[in-house]
Design a protein around this ligand. Structure first.
Ligand SMILES: [Fe+2]
Length: 339
């Protein structure tokens, strides 16, 4: 039984040495930006006070914010963790419980923030398909502009020990596994975790914990845009503004979303996405391969697979499984448990 069941992701928090440079990128990415008390904020159209925060400082990822369903849940969490519920001294107010996960990530669980009426999502123009022609005697004319960010959707964290992190997040926040990714049979690499809202559908993933080589860090944070044309117009806008593409456009297998990844001027990766899967608590977890993680249903191949000398995904998965097995062996030896 988890301590609480979180409702959604709330925000991601970074530090960067130049807020004006970050703001220029965030505007091109499609956030509404504003500064308050020396911090830079980005918000979407969902009425939430902010979804992206940048504080002045040396470039780094600072924290992931999760949204509790109520202040009562926040109290329950605080008691279980032996910490205090603090006032959240940021736009929108509310309260926060600050935790630190097994890899040292700051996790800010918030509740009671002021929420404004959402700005309705930009409408998807009617699409003529082979099956139906709803757009008649009306040419389609799109306006070049940044994508319209509606909300934050998920964050991907690189962790040192997937099972340990998975246990930590599930025990506190009631997350459910949508897809567990294995490098080889019985060798888990990570999992796409979603919120447990009972019968209310939830995004395929709110957190993806991945035990990949490299130090702990945020791999990317993702923001939902209005629709496919909006995502493509956003892609064009970011490209014309000279920003750095990271991967896309394409359609993922796990989560099914159409994706487009970019790097901000400080190297953080942010994703635009649209048309993702939703599941309820009744949907069982699935096992997936690493090959499926790297593959796309259509579109740009994963950067690792883009060159002419791209290693076969089966070799990448084999090496990853070998690494995970060795790490597991060392961990068991150091813990004194039989391998
Ligand atoms: Fe993503």
């Amino acid at each position: 039984m988890p301590v609480i069941r979180i409702d959604d992701i709330a925000h991601v928090r970074f530090a960067a040495p130049d807020l004006a440079v970050m703001r220029g990128f965030l505007n091109d990415f499609g956030f509404e930006t504003f500064e308050d008390s020396g911090r830079l904020y980005g918000r979407g159209r969902d009425g939430r006070p902010f979804v992206h925060v940048t504080e002045p400082g040396e470039t780094r990822f600072l924290a992931v914010g999760l949204r509790a369903a109520s202040l009562a849940d926040l109290e329950t969490l605080a008691v279980a963790e032996g910490v205090l519920v603090e006032p959240l001294d940021e736009p929108g107010g509310g309260h926060v419980v600050r935790l630190v996960d097994p890899d040292g990530y700051r996790v800010e669980v918030v509740a009671g923030q002021e929420v404004h009426a959402p700005t309705p999502p930009v409408a998807d123009p009617p699409r003529n398909t082979a099956a139906a022609k709803p757009r008649m005697r009306a040419p389609l004319r799109l306006t070049s502009a940044p994508a319209h960010i509606q909300r934050i959707g998920h964050a991907v964290l690189r962790v040192r020990d997937f099972r340990k992190s998975e246990g930590w997040y599930k025990a506190r926040f009631g997350l459910l596994t949508s897809d567990e990714v294995e490098a080889a049979k019985g060798v888990p690499l990570g999992a796409f975790l979603r919120c447990d809202r009972g019968d209310v559908p939830s995004d395929h993933h709110t957190l993806f914990l991945a035990q990949l080589p490299g130090p702990p860090g945020l791999l990317h944070a993702a923001f939902e845009v209005a629709h496919f044309d909006d995502l493509m117009l956003g892609h064009q806008h970011l490209k014309a503004a000279g920003h750095k593409p990271a991967w896309g456009v394409g359609r993922h297998i796990m989560g099914s979303q159409i994706f487009d990844y970019w790097r901000d001027p400080f190297g953080n990766e942010l994703e635009h996405w649209t048309d993702g899967d939703l599941f309820t608590a009744a949907d069982p977890p699935q096992k997936q391969t690493m090959q499926a993680l790297l593959a796309v249903q259509w579109g740009s191949p994963h950067p690792m697979q883009a060159g002419r000398l791209a290693p076969p995904t089966s070799l990448v998965a084999f090496l990853m499984a070998l690494r995970l097995r060795v790490l597991r062996l060392f961990r068991r030896r150091s813990e004194g448990t039989p391998a």
